[in-house]
Design a protein around this ligand. Structure first.
Ligand SMILES: Nc1ncnc2c1ncn2[C@@H]1O[C@H](COP(=O)(O)OP(=O)(O)OP(=O)(O)O)[C@@H](O)[C@H]1O
Length: 859
């Protein structure tokens, strides 16, 4: 057995091996140690290996799913080794001592789950394959629980934003991929071959050419190849459900990198979970599929105005018709998760319940279709979507006749095919029932004839049917001639068989066995039906999700009194009465009101410098505008009284300090890395919010960096930007930067206490109120008093010397400084291009090299 085990373990690699033995999955050696610790189950030992006891632990097969879920959550992958023949077959093959053959039938990994109990109904579960081909990176991503499959190509070094959008549960990369994300699984480079990828795609989707997918790049083919190969490996040849892949262009959606997603808390809050996130705040969807679609929409807002308007029109339609919206949402409540049920059926793990769910879901879809179809002012998107709900009538009717109302998850016990669907099956069931009746009669007769009132006929999996009497009556039945044969003596009872019982039992078992087989055959037919129509079913599921999202967004908008955003051509942003949805809800819970604020960014004032006291609401203001942009482009109403904006291509947020000690970066380092990314990537169509850049280091360094960053954004990136700062000195930039405009959050002192008004006003803040906020926070009075004295001294010094920025009076403009640096580089370039290398002696060449180096060193 150990030889067989070790062979399978070698195949399982770094996955934990679940080795099937009877009713248990056993784990051995290190696997056992890891699993026992993770699952908190007993670690025992069994036999010896190399003279040492073999550590072992096990989980019962019937409860394996729960244990699997915990192992996967803890970051493990599991290989399932099943018995591939029965003990009888093994004996027939090689004699009585032959070991039952086993093989790995499947790998269970975070990105390839389909079980309901292992997945969150409201979250997608993405598996991503990454490969670098030439100067591009190919990404293939699939959620096999619903069949979603997409391909995208990104330039080298720019795949992080895509990965952030996909929020993968599992990432596989081609071996040797240099910037492999943490925790990704390397797979053989040969699996990521573009030609092989093309072949696998054609084979899997039975396509003669890849034309239906579009212009698939080599990088995408390679990534698709890697993904399909991994899925084949994980399923050990059995492929899951995949729809024909959608090609995405990076520029189809608003690009948002991971740092920005984290700081805006889009799909997850500060604690990592969904709580406190924009998604949680927005989510009024009814179905799991709707929640998944909403998460995908918020993760990838659109860049196509027509598509955004189409989504918005649908939201408005539901928004303006509250009764209809209620009715549709009530109808959605009845619908099971068709997409996930379909995923399991296609993966070969479909249960009668899954088939029943598909029936009920499609049946609900039909009702919904009828309800929406009679409305005469349907928006365009709905008109486009409704036909995808058609055409399932015959299947739904068939399934309604074939299946009971609530089919079980376990097909093994039967009972899921409805009465009246198959006369032969009904007859078998009747025979079984007659048999059970006959046994009841037999029991009564035996009680009479033996005079033992406590006699029972019972059934278990090992003995089948047997007669049982209390121990004290055992002897009377043991006597010869009673017709009973002894089978088993228990502590308090004795068990017997009888020829009549045996005969009835055979009748029942046979009828039962045949009935089970008949049911299984019917289930197979129904599943074949589903498989045949998988694409149409999946399209219906997508439509239901889209309707759920739109109605949910309408509900959220109506609750909050939100407005439909409009779009303009230029790089502008006009928001009146804007609010932060999450902060507003949090305040409402404690009975506080959120103060709405306007924001206007246009080419002549595209950069706002926002100052004001701590706790004054600067960060909140910055974020709310970023969130409004994101929501608008995702096709949602926004928390404002009016909003108009020019489409944003990239959204950046650098708000608040966060360490990334795990990656060895201090707060200041993280801040600078993120700021560097913004300066390198923001375009004139981007929207950037920057909060207190430079505060993580010494005052002079910080001010200098903040100063240069503001100038850089203004002169080079020229994007729309909100910049919050405590450096009062920065306001002097308004003199030299013409598109910069100064604002502050208002506060006033009332009877010695600070009152924060959370209201934005024009112009710079008059003072900083830092000590007042410290007092508010409860710093001890002696410390406050001392701070006030120190501040007095510092301010006196500032007044005398001209302050922190005193020396900046003669600083040349940013662009002039850039020009000067560029001019020096140009001088070098000119010298190099003018060289006639062949005419130089080796000595002259060496001198020249020294001279060039010196010139370059001088800047
Ligand atoms: N517009 C608003 N209306 C009502 N309350 C607000 C508003 N904006 C912010 N607040 C409240 O003030 C708190 C502080 O806001 P925020 O973090 O935005 O301040 P800040 O100016 O960025 O502070 P700091 O400079 O210390 O980072 C928020 O948690 C919220 O409770």
């Amino acid at each position: 057995m150990m030889v067989q085990y070790l062979g399978l373990k070698a195949k399982a690699g770094d996955c934990l091996l679940f080795y099937r033995m009877g009713d248990f999955f056993e784990l051995f050696f290190d696997d056992a140690r890891v699993a026992a610790a993770t699952l908190d189950i007993a670690l025992t030992s069994r036999g010896e290996h190399d003279g040492r006891p073999i550590p072992m632990c096990g989980v019962p097969v019937h409860a394996a799913e729960g244990y699997l879920a915990r192992l996967i959550k803890a970051g493990h992958r599991v290989a399932i080794a099943e018995q591939t023949e029965s003990p009888d077959e093994a004996r027939a093959r090689g004699g009585s001592k032959t070991l039952v053959a086993r093989d790995i039938i499947r790998f269970v990994t975070a990105g390839t789950l389909t079980e309901d109990s292992l997945l969150d109904s409201w979250a997608s579960n993405m598996l991503v394959a990454l490969v670098s081909v030439g100067d591009a990176i190919g990404i293939a991503a699939a959620d096999i629980s619903t069949g979603h499959f997409e391909l995208v190509t990104v330039p080298q070094g720019a795949f992080e934003a895509e990965l952030a959008r996909l929020a993968a549960s599992e990432i596989v990369v081609a071996e040797g991929f240099e910037s492999a994300p943490f925790g990704s699984i390397p797979r053989p480079r040969t699996e990521f071959d573009s030609q092989a990828g093309e072949e696998s795609l054609k084979r899997h989707f039975m396509l003669p050419t890849l034309e239906p997918i579009g212009a698939v790049s080599r990088a995408e083919l390679a990534a698709a190849g890697g993904l399909l190969a991994y899925l084949a490996h994980v399923g050990q040849g059995k492929m899951p459900f995949l729809k024909i892949p959608q090609r995405r262009e990076v520029h189809d959606h608003l690009l948002i990198d991971q740092a920005t997603r984290d700081s805006l808390e889009i799909n997850s809050g500060t604690k990592g979970g969904r709580a406190g996130s924009l998604l949680a705040e927005m989510d009024r969807t009814i179905t799991g599929a709707g929640a998944r679609q909403l998460a995908a929409d918020l993760a990838a807002p659109l860049m196509d105005r027509a598509k955004i308007e189409a989504r918005l029109a649908l939201v408005q339609w539901f928004h303006d018709a509250p009764l209809l919206r209620d009715a549709i949402r009530t109808a959605l409540r009845q619908l099971p998760d068709i997409a996930r049920a379909l995923g399991r059926v296609v993966a070969g793990r479909g249960s009668p319940r899954d088939v029943g769910q598909i029936r009920d879901g499609l049946n609900g879809a039909r009702t919904l279709r009828e309800r929406l179809g009679v409305m005469d002012d349907r928006p365009f998107l709905l008109d486009q979507l409704l036909p995808t709900l058609d055409g399932h009538g015959a299947m739904v009717d068939l399934f309604t006749r074939a299946l009971v109302a609530a089919p079980p998850t376990d097909a093994g016990q039967g009972g899921y095919i409805a009465e009246g669907y198959d006369a032969a099956l009904d007859a078998l069931r009747l025979a079984g029932r007659d048999g059970r009746q006959a046994i009841a009669q037999l029991e009564a007769r035996y009680r009479d004839s033996t005079g033992i009132a406590a006699l029972k006929i019972r059934h278990n999996a090992v003995l089948g049917y047997f007669v049982e009497v209390p121990a004290k009556h055992g002897d009377s039945l043991m006597a010869p001639g009673t017709g009973f044969t002894h089978r088993q003596t228990m502590a308090g009872a004795v068990r017997f068989n009888s020829p009549e019982l045996h005969e009835e039992a055979i009748r029942i078992t046979q009828a039962g066995g045949h009935a089970l087989a008949a049911e299984a055959a019917h289930l197979e037919e129904l599943i074949a039906f589903v498989l045949d129509r998988r694409d149409a079913i999946s399209a219906s599921a997508d439509t239901l999700a889209r309707i759920d999202v739109a109605a949910g967004l309408a509900e959220r908008a109506a609750e909050g009194g939100w407005c439909r955003p409009g779009f303009v051509e230029g790089a502008e942003l006009h928001i009146e009465g804007g609010r932060h949805p999450v902060v507003e809800s949090a305040l409402a819970k404690s009975g506080d009101r959120f103060i709405a604020n306007d924001c206007t960014l246009a080419p002549d004032r595209r950069l706002w410098l926002v100052s004001g006291p701590n706790m004054g609401g600067k960060s909140t203001f910055l974020r709310q505008n970023a969130l409004i942009v994101l929501l608008a482009q995702a096709g949602s109403y926004v928390p404002a009284t009016s909003a108009r904006l020019g489409l944003v291509d990239r959204l950046f947020s650098r708000v608040g300090a966060s360490d990334n000690l795990a990656r060895g970066r201090s707060t200041f380092m993280v801040e600078m890395v993120e700021t560097a990314a913004i300066l390198a990537q923001a375009t004139a169509r981007s929207f950037v919010i920057l909060d207190e850049v430079g505060r993580g280091t010494s005052t002079y360094d910080g001010l200098a960096i903040a100063w240069a960053v503001v100038e850089g954004i203004h002169e080079t990136n020229r994007c729309r930007c909100l910049f919050a700062t405590h450096y009062h000195e920065l306001t002097r930039l308004a003199d030299s930067l013409d598109a910069l405009s100064l604002h502050h959050v208002r506060a006033k002192e009332y009877k010695g206490d600070l009152v924060l008004l959370h209201e934005l006003a024009h112009g710079p803040a008059d003072r900083s109120y830092g000590i007042a906020v410290a007092k508010l926070a409860g710093l001890p009075p002696p410390v406050i008093a001392r701070a006030q004295t120190v501040l007095g001294k510092l301010e006196k010094g500032r007044a005398e010397t001209g302050g922190l920025a005193a020396g900046l009076g003669d600083l040349p403009l940013f662009s002039a400084a850039l020009d000067a640096a560029e001019a020096k580089v140009d001088a070098l370039r000119e010298k190099l291009t003018g060289l006639d290398i062949d005419s130089l002696t080796p000595r002259a060449a060496l001198d020249l090299l020294y001279e060039l180096k010196r010139a370059a060193g001088e800047g």
